[in-house]
Design a protein around this ligand. Sequence first.
Ligand code: SF4
Ligand code: SF4
Length: 234
Amino acid sequence: MILSKQKTWEEILGYLEKDKSVFILGCNGCAQASGTGGPKEVAEMKGKLEGAGKKVTGTSVVDFLCEKALVKSRLRGQIEPIKAADSILVMTCGVGVQAVAASINKVCHPACDTVNLGGSRGEWMGSERCMECGECVLEYTGGICPFTACTKGLVSGQCGGANKGKCEFNPERDCGWELIYNRVKALNQLDKLRIFIAPRDYRKRMPDVQTMATSHWALERTGPERTGEKEKVK
Ligand code: SF4
Ligand code: SF4
């Protein structure tokens, strides 16, 4: 389970400033359980965006946005409304936004921040990873997480050590910032790399008191993976 919370309306509207039309994508998995991206929240967001003068070309709620094959198959029937939109607003966790951005050649805006539950995992294990930083920056990085794609977790660009597209620490591993650069360039969004990303509020890397009082937290903390008791489970 990945817990998310919706970004502020002002932040979401800011992301969509240059877009006249948008397609909204929700997730019936963790985002629905979090109350941030299920059918109800997608319908509410559609109404708010239309009220703000945006054309919503279509909406879809996929069972697990962290599963790229599912995303592709479900969106095959939505090609026209997606094509008609300037961008996609993705109402789910950081893993889901990255999986969608990797599946569709379209600008994807994150509508949520991923709340820290002390670790990271998607319901569907793919190559996309989220460190639950609490302040999602996928808007500025072409939908690729700099914290997990870059070995050093740099948020402000490449370190300069990459060689032929590979990370200086591991020649088997692609340089995360080259991936980000190439994705942003392909989306004609290079200006996004000029936007200053403010220093992180590292307090958001820790769950807050309200989160720790929820059943989400209790369930995550008592799972065998979290308590180190995995070997004991038969
Ligand atoms: S920026 Fe990365 S770590 Fe932070 S919420 Fe987004 S995907 Fe997760
Ligand atoms: S080479 Fe690329 S992935 Fe490796 S630490 Fe530097 S910027 Fe990050």
